[in-house]
Design a binder for this molecule. Structure first.
Ligand SMILES: C[S@@+](CC[C@H](N)C(=O)[O-])C[C@H]1O[C@@H](n2cnc3c(N)ncnc32)[C@H](O)[C@@H]1O
Length: 235
């Protein structure tokens, strides 16, 4: 499906949130990381500043920085109104209020916009829509991440997810997806089916992590080539 700017709702998280969601530590600074559906998150910018290697892939990178900035401003009040209406579905321990949420998200997206042109020139922001084949050789990345994209929208369908994750696993040695629930914070049949599909050929692990903004969203799914130190549990 073609990306149209009026259908895009840009909303981005920051490096600290990615660290908590994906259990990243300073030990991972030497990994080659691919972020799928990174959108206007500041993860790439902040990680690059720290000397990490991150390449982000998203269909929205076909748009210019000014178009994305305008779209972010257009949707800002709509997204915040939705958050206000659904605030009981979120934990307000780390981010303590709607006002703080808006400021954290806008700060992350401002950092992204500031970095966007340079990042594009440095090929850190690549316009790409899963499940299309990525312009990279097998095993080009150590770790592939999907934050708030795969598994969150079951309407994208089982086939879309299998094809997308298969392509991610072609270019990445390991893939981590967070969260593994839907937008209502509920476990889905999709997650179970995706786990069952990949556990036939890969090591699959579900891990609880110290990040739970959306209630119920505190687990990541990790998929990689089989190894004995990997554990598996159904969500
Ligand atoms: C909710 S946003 C999450 C942004 C970022 N990962 C974060 O957590 O802050 C979902 C992102 O997935 C991207 N996306 C949707 N469909 C995609 C596809 N087929 N291929 C790549 N990215 C896609 C959207 O453009 C959007 O930026």
């Amino acid at each position: 499906m073609a990306f149209q700017l009026q259908n895009v709702v840009p909303w981005g998280r920051n490096f600290e949130e990615y660290q908590l969601m994906f259990e990243l530590s300073d030990l991972d600074r030497n990994l080659k990381i691919a972020g799928f559906g990174d959108g206007p998150a500041s993860f790439n910018f902040e990680a690059t500043k720290k000397g990490w290697s991150v390449t982000s892939f998203d269909g929205v990178y076909q748009f210019g920085g000014e178009e994305l900035r305008r779209r972010i401003e257009e949707v800002r009040s709509i997204v915040m109104a939705q958050m206000a209406a659904n605030q009981n579905n979120y934990n307000w321990r780390h981010i303590r209020s709607l006002a703080e949420l808006e400021s954290v998200r806008m700060a992350a997206m401002a950092q992204f916009l500031h970095d966007y042109e340079l990042g594009k020139a440095q090929k850190r922001y690549i316009c790409h829509e899963l499940p299309a084949k990525l312009p990279y050789a097998d095993g080009s990345f150590d770790l592939g991440l999907s934050s708030h994209f795969l598994l969150l929208y079951p309407t994208l369908g089982y086939d879309f997810h299998i094809a997308s994750i298969t392509e991610m696993l072609r270019v990445c040695r390991e893939v981590r997806i967070f969260p593994i629930v839907d937008l209502d914070g509920k476990p889905t049949e999709l997650t179970g089916r995706v786990i069952r599909h990949f556990e036939r050929t890969h090591a699959v692990a579900v891990k609880t992590v110290p990040y739970e903004f959306q209630k119920g969203g505190n687990q990541l799914l990790a998929i990689k080539k089989a190894s004995p130190d990997f554990f598996y549990s159904m969500p």
